[in-house]
Design a binder for this molecule. Structure first.
Ligand code: CP
Length: 318
């Protein structure tokens, strides 16, 4: 790798709206550098030796938590996990006291997932170490949007302008949709969304998206489709008549993709409801980028941890 010095201006990563185009370009370039490490027989470099990263996940996670853990370890950082069930949150300790306790152990970065929108910002305002938002309520999931952006960058050869991405599913409750729409629209991607009206936010008219409630129309001539997980409790909340009806109208299948551009790809942040969000045939097809997104997650989170954990050092050398 080249010896370069990077000025990273952000103590925290709370959402993509804080990132300039240059910040995004740096993250994409660093992720591409780290991707090469992930393909070596020995996938470990000493870049973050002596740094420590706390993974504070007060909500379940497979992909985000594991990939931050793998990312930190591949850069030789020490990573420590704390979940809601095994923390003193269960004894009534407040989020403030929990985070001050973690801070007293002098980590360089705390990665937090929490069910409350604004939880990551709450920590960032109180802690000296870097805070990364790994998903807060319905608000934001910036590292997911950045890894999706990295997968699309590689698929589209770095050209975002003029491409069209369709997002299908529960837009209203999706932090993934919010962060992706913010990030990709800034890069020049045209965004289309398709969902039942009850799963669209009331403010959708002010979002930079085209709205369509018919999947056959929505998928026409798109370059990629991102399906979202339908949270099954939405039916209990009265937002859907029944799941079979939802699947009939909004489950993406191979027939739909015949209407998209040739070579169009399918993404899903996971976890997938097969047969509800998208068909198994499509999830397991060569059109699917789903496992590529997971691999991109490790490279992108290596980039994020590297930039954040070294920002106060003399100059980050890669
Ligand atoms: N995409 C995502 O955030 O997945 P996990 O909930 O498994 O982390």
């Amino acid at each position: 790798m080249n010896e370069t010095h990077i000025l990273w201006p952000h103590k925290d990563l709370l959402d993509v709206d804080q990132l300039s185009r240059q910040d995004v370009a740096i993250l994409l370039e660093q992720a591409a550098n780290f991707q090469e490490i992930n393909q070596r027989p020995v996938k470990k470099v000493p870049i973050l030796r002596g740094k420590s990263v706390v993974l504070f996940f007060a909500e379940p996670s497979t992909r985000t938590k594991t990939s931050f853990d793998v990312a930190g370890k591949r850069l030789s950082a020490d990573t420590f996990s704390l979940g809601k069930g095994d923390s003193s949150l269960t004894k009534g300790e407040s989020l403030k006291d929990t985070s001050l306790t973690l801070q007293a152990m002098a980590p360089d970065v705390i990665v937090i997932r929490h069910s409350s929108s604004g939880a990551a910002q709450f920590l960032a305002e109180r802690l000296d170490c870097g805070v990364v938002n790994a998903g807060d309520g319905w608000h934001a999931h910036p590292t997911q949007a950045l890894l999706d952006c990295f997968s699309l960058c590689q698929t589209w050869g770095g050209n975002f302008a003029g491409k069209t991405l369709l997002i299908v599913g529960d837009i209203s409750h999706s932090r993934v949709a919010r962060s992706n729409i913010t990030l990709l629209s800034r890069l020049g991607v045209r965004l289309r969304v398709c969902a039942p009206r009850t799963l669209l936010p009331t403010a959708i008219k002010s979002w930079p998206v085209e709205v369509c409630d018919n999947l056959n129309n929505a998928v026409r001539d798109v370059d990629a489709v991102m399906c979202l997980r339908l949270q099954l409790e939405r039916q209990q909340a009265g937002l859907l008549p029944n799941l079979a009806e939802y699947a009939r109208r909004f489950c993406l299948g191979p027939r739909h993709m015949e209407l998209a551009k040739t070579g169009a790809k399918v993404l899903h942040p996971g976890p997938i409801n097969r047969g509800l969000d998208l068909s198994s045939a499509l999830a397991d097809s060569p059109q699917s980028l789903i496992l590529d997104q997971v691999a991109s997650g490790v490279s992108m989170r290596m980039a994020i941890l590297f930039l954040m954990a070294t920002r106060n050092d003399m100059g980050a050398a890669v």
